[in-house]
Ligand binder design. Sequence first.
Ligand code: AHG
Ligand code: MN
Ligand code: MN
Length: 315
Amino acid sequence: MYKNAVTLTDFLLEDERKNDKTTLGLTILLHQIENVTKIIAAHVKASGLVDIIGATGKTNVFGDQVQKLDEFSNKLLFDMLKSTGQVHALVSEEMEKEVIVENSKGDYIVYFDPLDGSSNVESNIPIGTIFSIYHKDGGLLQKGNKQIAAGYVLYGSSVIFVYTSGSGVNGFTLDPGIGAFLLSHPDIKIPKEGKIYSINEAYEPTFDRKLQNYLKNLKNGDSVARYVGTLAADAHRTFIKGGIFLHPASSKNPEGKLRLMLEVNPFAFLTFQAGGIALGANNKNPLSITPKHIHVRSPFVMGSPKNAKAYLSFQ
Ligand code: AHG
Ligand code: MN
Ligand code: MN
């Protein structure tokens, strides 16, 4: 048992030893994100209980006041990232403004979506945490292709930590018995093609004609539809099974709904690193966009090369 287990911590230290772009500061940061997401995972497991316990006004199973999971996750990530001393600035989906960490000598800017898919929490449907790391020298509004590292944690039937620092994508599954993330998905490569398409079809009437024709065409083929409504879950399934995920612009969301810096760019970085295709506004590479502000939104399509090509043939 565990004879060739590689923990995330081992992997981070090895990556730092091998890869001169991976500094000790980045290793400390990623290790802290690992620590935070283990705590969030424990809270997610008990999230169904929090409301019951919360209704009586007692403290929850972890001894702290009952808090909504996304506020809890946001505060935990914020406090624990700040305490590493490696962070120059933090940008959270839950906070309108960026926070410049006072008197910090940290080199990094961390964008994070502390709880992705929060509308799914009470239905016990998988949710995630997303992070994206830049070097501070480029300032707050850098193109996505300047990301140093990016990743997500998916709190599903198991808890998986997936990240890239520019040399491929690796996935680590949490072993609850020893409380460590173990390398379970080395060098993730998205299948060249897949049968699954993933889009919120409720918005079909708000899509442009080209997209409507593409979706109609899919229904005449042998595709299957899957849609969780948590980006981290729909994207992770696409990495594993192939296919295509779309959260496109619509008459309801002309700029798109997803956040460029907090959701689209981390997953675009991961998608390209896994051999897939990612598309943003006007079906261009989202990583080449200079954001106008930290919460700018973007349409997003990601998936297997063949599926992306078929989508583009309708554009
Ligand atoms: P968040 O909970 O962080 O706001 O993210 C929700 C996002 C994303 O996770 C998902 O892909 C998308 O919302 C689903 O949007 P629809 O409910 O409009 O399909
Ligand atoms: Mn989100
Ligand atoms: Mn969120």
